[in-house]
Ligand binder design. Structure first.
Ligand code: PEP
Ligand code: MN
Length: 339
């Protein structure tokens, strides 16, 4: 931590800050310039709130220089994390993994048809929610366990893996046998009790960025899961809430290279929730792969106009096939492969 004192700070004020830092276990290096004194506090104390120093008399500004997330930070595993799944699927390796399917599992016929269509186009993982976090309590809430059973069967039939959202702790044991990846939705990114419980699970977790969460908060949420012993965390940018109203959310493509710089965890992009509009999904998917995304999460529906949730942002199967063909051109240009 760096504490810059005001140029009018008195020697007593400087000494008080030094004493406070030492008392907290920091080693303090003092640099006194012609006008200003700067204190360098060395010692990994991520739990210390730097705001306590900002309000001390004579302090001008305080900056943290070590990252507050240790397990999720790049230095913990500089070579990067590869999450290894069944069927030889690896997220964080050379291949860009595409996870596709409907927003919600709606029926036997719906999930079996879409599984076939996304598998034919090159997807590796079938997505679909059985428990849906809907903004309105009157909207379709998902098929529950019955939906998970159907999705697992449909995925197995077409050689796909399964990702589905877990909304609360009590659903974890119910969902676990059916999925290869547990999804934590944007609304639950800071449900710390759920994250802690997922830290005890021995299955990969895809953690979505909250609608108003900073990248640092996303990494701290990953830290919650990892500190429980589950290191198989996959991060996901899915758009954030901004003042722009044209799109449902603002897809923060820059989060991809930023996360890759700060963390060793694989990074996914979800351009469906990221934009909320079908025609904007392919350009943002292409941009995400170009920006280095390790995986994509894309909503595709055989009949999106009749979808029970997120129809407007779901691609038609033919659009998804075209997108996959485009991604097969883009991926090699950035040193990646795609199925
Ligand atoms: C979803 O993937 O369908 C979903 C609800 O996503 P998010 O949590 O990003 O809104
Ligand atoms: Mn959705």
């Amino acid at each position: 931590m760096i504490v810059a004192m005001q140029d009018v700070a008195t020697e007593d004020q400087i000494q008080a800050v030094i004493d406070h830092l030492v008392q907290l276990g920091f080693e303090v290096h003092r640099s006194t310039g012609a006008r200003q004194t700067v204190l360098g506090a060395v010692g990994a104390r991520p739990e210390v709130d730097i705001a306590i120093f900002e309000v001390l008399p004579g302090v001008q500004e305080v900056h943290r220089i070590s990252s507050p997330y240790k397990l999720a930070g790049k230095s913990f595993r500089p070579e990067g994390t590869i999450v290894r799944l069944a069927n030889g699927v690896e997220i964080g390796g050379k291949e860009v993994i595409v996870m596709a399917g409907p927003c919600s599992i709606e029926s036997h016929d719906q999930i079996f048809l879409i599984a076939e269509q996304v598998a034919d186009a090159g997807a590796r993982v079938l997505r679909g929610g059985a428990f849906k976090p809907r903004s309105s309590p009157y909207s379709f809430q998902g098929m529950g366990e019955e939906g998970l059973k159907l999705m697992r069967e449909a995925a197995d039939k077409h050689g796909l893996l399964v990702i589905s959202e877990v909304m609360e702790i009590s659903q974890i044991p119910l969902i676990l046998p059916y999925v290869d990846i547990l999804q934590v939705g944007a609304r639950n990114m800071q449900n710390f009790n759920l994250l802690r419980e997922l830290g005890k699970a021995r299955k990969p977790v895809l953690l979505k960025r909250g609608i108003a969460a900073t990248i640092e908060e996303l990494l701290l949420s990953a830290e919650y899961i990892m500190s429980g012993g589950n290191y198989e965390v996959i991060l996901c940018e899915r758009g954030i809430r901004t003042f722009e109203t044209y799109t449902r959310n603002t897809m923060d493509i820059s989060a991809i290279p930023i996360v890759h710089k700060l963390s060793h965890l694989p990074m996914t992009a979800d351009p469906s929730h990221g934009t909320g509009r079908r025609d904007k999904v392919p350009p943002m998917a292409r941009a995400s792969v170009a920006a280095g995304a390790d995986a994509l999460l894309i909503e595709v529906h055989s009949n999106p106009d009749k979808a029970l949730s997120d129809g407007a942002q779901s691609l038609f199967p033919a659009q998804f096939t075209t997108l996959m063909n485009e991604l097969r051109v883009i991926a090699p240009a950035v040193g990646r492969t795609i199925r």
